[in-house]
Design a protein around this ligand. Structure first.
Ligand SMILES: Cc1ncc(C[n+]2csc(CCOP(=O)(O)OP(=O)(O)O)c2C)c(N)n1
Ligand SMILES: [Mg+2]
Length: 277
């Protein structure tokens, strides 16, 4: 990826983080840690890698995206609004009574392929989409983003088995490996080192990257596209809360709302980041 392109994406990542913070502060609810953790992955996929747009949302050949860690929906809403799937103003209704912009993805919203939020289901659906693509000889690719805490769900591993059984090289899963889940570290709650060895033993091509680095994400997605005969998992070693210093790497920020002072500080940090780009 060229430096100029990196700058374009890095600016988008700041915009998305800013929108996430605003949405959650306004609504007084949301999963801020996981949103900020996954933002760079969403940005590379939606602004560079995936063949998706409001114009092609009914096209059978569009790429498919599933946010299996559905609680981190605010970042996805921010991306879809920015891409023009619905007016940005709709984000102001997030989590309001009667709004379809609820705290987890639902397919009443343009651009969302699958309802999620009950962890452990997205990869199975992604496997189905990828298998259908193979059967119908369609060129699309399927991307699924999982949480690392989510990987404690047994159903993830049933899907992993099926993905390799059917040689789904049109399927790429990301594990947002921020090492935290709702109540502590993944290693305290349900240990999973080595995530890489586990996925490899299920027959997946495994790439392990610094997960908030746009160059590494983009290279990994390219490598996945060129890997034949098996699905790829990208273990994205991320920082939960990435981009806002006092939120980073703290389990308490899984689902915490910034105070007024914290809100101002968060916006300031993001503005400072933007100024460096
Ligand atoms: C089946 C199910 N069990 C429990 C929950 C409650 N829950 C919501 S988020 C979360 C932790 C997820 O951690 P992780 O997958 O690591 O996500 P991230 O760190 O990226 O936020 C849990 C247990 C849920 N949404 N679904
Ligand atoms: Mg996690």
């Amino acid at each position: 990826m060229e430096a100029q392109e990196w700058t374009r994406l890095a600016k988008k990542a700041v915009d998305i983080r800013e929108e996430v913070v605003k949405m959650i502060y306004r609504a007084k609810t949301g999963h801020i840690g996981g949103d900020l953790s996954e933002t760079d992955i969403l940005v590379d996929l939606y602004y560079r890698q995936m063949n998706v747009s409001p114009e092609n949302q009914k096209d059978e050949n569009r790429d498919r995206f599933v946010l299996s860690k559905g609680h981190s929906v605010e970042a996805l809403y921010a991306v879809l609004a920015d891409k023009g799937y619905f007016p940005k103003k709709d984000l102001e209704t997030y989590s309001q009574y009667g709004s379809k912009f609820i705290g987890h993805p639902n397919n009443k919203i343009p651009g969302i392929e699958m309802n999620s939020g009950s962890l452990g289901h997205g990869l199975s659906v992604g496997v189905g989409m990828a298998l259908a693509g193979k059967m119908d000889k369609r060129p699309y690719r399927v991307y699924v983003v999982l949480g690392d805490g989510e990987c404690g769900e047994g159903s993830v591993w049933e899907a992993a088995m099926a993905g390799s059984q059917y040689g789904l090289d049109n399927l790429t899963a990301f594990v947002d490996r921020n090492r935290l889940q709702i109540s502590g570290t993944t290693e305290q709650v349900m240990h999973q080192d080595s995530a890489e060895e586990r996925w490899a033993s299920y027959g997946w091509n495994v790439l392990s990257i610094p997960g908030n680095d746009l160059y590494s994400i983009d290279d990994a997605v390219d490598l996945a596209k060129h890997t034949k005969g098996k699905p790829t998992v990208i273990v994205a070693n991320t920082t939960k809360g990435c981009g806002i210093s006092f939120i980073e790497n703290k389990a308490a920020w899984h689902h915490k709302v910034p105070s007024e002072a914290e809100y101002q500080e968060a916006l300031k940090e993001l503005a400072e980041r933007r100024a460096t780009l």
